[in-house]
Design a protein around this ligand. Sequence first.
Ligand SMILES: C[S@@+](CC[C@H](N)C(=O)[O-])C[C@H]1O[C@@H](n2cnc3c(N)ncnc32)[C@H](O)[C@@H]1O
Length: 277
Amino acid sequence: MDTRINKIAALANLSAYDEDGSSSYIDGAPHIKHRSLRILYGQLVIQVFDRARKYNKIPVVLDLGAGEGSVTLPFLELGAKVVAVDSSASQLKTLQSKCERFGDMLEIRCEDVHEILKNKQVKYDIVVANSFLHHVPDYLTMIKEATTILNPHGQFFSFQDPLRYDSLGKFTMLFSTLVYFWWRGFRGDLIGGVKRRIRRARGIYLEGSVHDNAEYHVTRNGVDQVAICRLLDESGFDCEILPYFSAHSYIFQPIGAALNLKNTFGVIAQDRANRQE
Ligand SMILES: C[S@@+](CC[C@H](N)C(=O)[O-])C[C@H]1O[C@@H](n2cnc3c(N)ncnc32)[C@H](O)[C@@H]1O
């Protein structure tokens, strides 16, 4: 096993646990909460970084929706330069305090990701969207934009988005929903949660509702992995969809994984025209 993985997995955890207020984030972030997912994530980060380093000694990473730094910190640790973008100043403040020691290797931008994607003059070796696509209503256009600011050998990398719900088997969907309610039951507002679910099942989404819009595609039909792969393929990228199981509950995470269920996915895509592998 690559000796860097444990360190990278631990950093993803640290990036969410360190500060006040982070414990509530981690509770709702399975990719940081569960060691098995942190290990998987660490392996992918290293894979993407090592591939990028073949083309550029110091790969430049654009971290979209950087949050508290669970992408930024591991990539900095591996030796990349990172531009971290998030619209939340408080999230970025936490990220900055965790990554201070990396000095010039880190640039922090507090703005909407759509703004930074407009600038076609600056190119990156890796664009990452970690636990982020499900927040963006038109994520396909955003990914398309991301491909236009990648260097010729560039990679698009994402992790922790819900697979499109109507592509899951019935049992996986039922198991995932029950596990979610099990976890939700210990968080208060169970009745509010059930009411929201019933409303959405009837196709009613409220425009002004934070619950309906913050995690836009979690509350709708998940994220369309097939459409993403098609888009990346048509844009000249080799695309790999990496499905896995993810749940909020400590008890049901290993059970779902042992049952080999898949409800969540990552993407690694690399510019095909310039591939040298
Ligand atoms: C679930 S968090 C993911 C954080 C981090 N990437 C991770 O994996 O832990 C999503 C982040 O996206 C940010 N965000 C949502 N929409 C955004 C937008 N349009 N532009 C910039 N940041 C956005 C939120 O502020 C939040 O920090």
